[in-house]
Ligand binder design. Structure first.
Ligand code: GDP
Ligand code: MN
Length: 343
């Protein structure tokens, strides 16, 4: 997969119509969007906001990815919305298929069982491919090779605040590796064995963690908190690091991206817990954002930069949010050293 040839990529370069002064201090960063042709309308709505609030000033390049070729209509309807460079890429089947070690009979009966229990996306194989791709592959896509940071965007999300600084530069200057806007609890049925496997991995690797404690409950299990990965501003090198690759490969070897329904948000979050300190994870309080019915937006007043929606309450301190736990988490008291036995 490191050496995919050009047939997986099409590139459309558009010369910038205006040279923004912001361009000069640009980071090696990219906006990454995995999307289907059928999501064009929602994609355009999101892009209109994303451009207006941020990227028309910064002109960071976009990489659009799809497991099927993008239609000409899609490519044209997107390219009229920005002056930034756009690349449309195909996800190779090596990054979007059921690996040989997964028993398809077991998988199919698990999918049927999940569907019968009405667990969200429980019966969907494509959803599982998407989660596994976002967990273990997107950062190895050849179109992302030249970048150090990414901002993940999805069709249908909204942005409510003018962003008048470069979040990628902020990440770099402040040694941040991962940034989020919403943190919440997962549906437990999707991840029956993920916590257990994560602890096993931590033991095997003899990790000394400080942030994993944020995800632990007093009873020793997983408290279900995670950063919601439909929004991410993060370092690509965090995932390219060998220690993360080991973690992903171990998780993948269990087959549970398919037998269970492991989400990439949980995998990224627990990896942050294993490998990062709290200070390397940033809560972007100033980026007003909405995905589905969950929104984070801080009304910064009549002289402020945000237009928070009136009909969508701020999720920050609602039931199911983990933001107060995040704010009160003091990692100093939570050294969790897996060199010792019996943890
Ligand atoms: P949710 O956020 O967990 O409800 O899942 P979504 O349906 O929003 O999917 C997450 C992201 O992956 C979105 O950007 C989707 O457009 C994208 N996505 C999901 N499934 C597929 C798929 O089968 N093909 C492609 N190309 N994109 C997908
Ligand atoms: Mn979504």
């Amino acid at each position: 997969i490191d050496e995919l040839d050009d047939e997986y990529t099409t590139v459309e370069n558009k010369p910038f119509r205006e040279q923004s002064p912001f361009n000069e201090k640009k980071e090696k960063a990219v906006i990454v969007i995995l999307v289907r042709n059928s999501e064009l309308t929602a994609m355009r709505k999101t892009l209109r906001q994303f451009e207006d609030r941020f990227n028309r000033k910064y002109n960071y390049p976009y990489v659009f990815l799809n497991d099927e070729p993008f239609s000409d209509e899609f490519k044209y309807a997107i390219s009229v919305m920005t002056n930034a460079e756009i690349k449309f890429g195909l996800v190779p089947s090596s990054m979007w298929s059921v690996p040989d070690h997964v028993n398809e009979t077991v998988m199919n009966s698990q999918l049927a069982d999940y569907a019968a229990r009405n667990i969200m996306y429980g019966g969907s194989l494509s959803y599982r491919h998407m989660c596994r791709f976002n967990s273990g592959f997107f950062y190895r896509h050849p179109l992302l090779a030249e970048y150090d940071y990414y901002w993940r965007v999805e069709p249908g999300v909204s942005f409510f605040c003018d962003i008048d600084y470069d979040p990628f530069k902020f990440m770099k200057d402040n040694n941040k590796e991962y940034g989020f806007t919403i943190t919440l609890k997962e549906i437990p049925e999707t991840i029956p064995s993920l916590w257990e496997h994560t602890l096993k991995f931590a033991h095997q690797q003899e990790l000394n963690t400080t942030l994993l404690g944020f995800f632990g409950s007093p009873s020793g299990g997983y408290n279900l908190c995670h950063y919601w990965s439909n929004f991410e501003i993060a370092s690509l090198n965090l995932w390219r690091d060998e220690r993360y690759q080991k973690y992903f490969d171990y998780l993948d070897s269990t087959g549970n991206f398919f037998y269970e329904r492991w989400g990439d948000a949980i995998v990224h979050s627990l990896a942050a817990g294993l490998f990062l300190n709290k200070s390397q994870v940033h809560f972007f309080n100033d980026i007003g954002y909405k995905h589905d019915d969950f929104s984070h937006c801080v009304d910064d007043g009549i002289f402020g930069k945000c237009m928070c929606p009136e009909n969508v309450p701020n999720f920050d301190y609602s039931w199911g949010s983990c933001l107060s736990e995040w704010k009160s988490y003091a990692e100093e008291g939570h050294q969790w050293d897996f060199k010792k036995n019996g943890d």
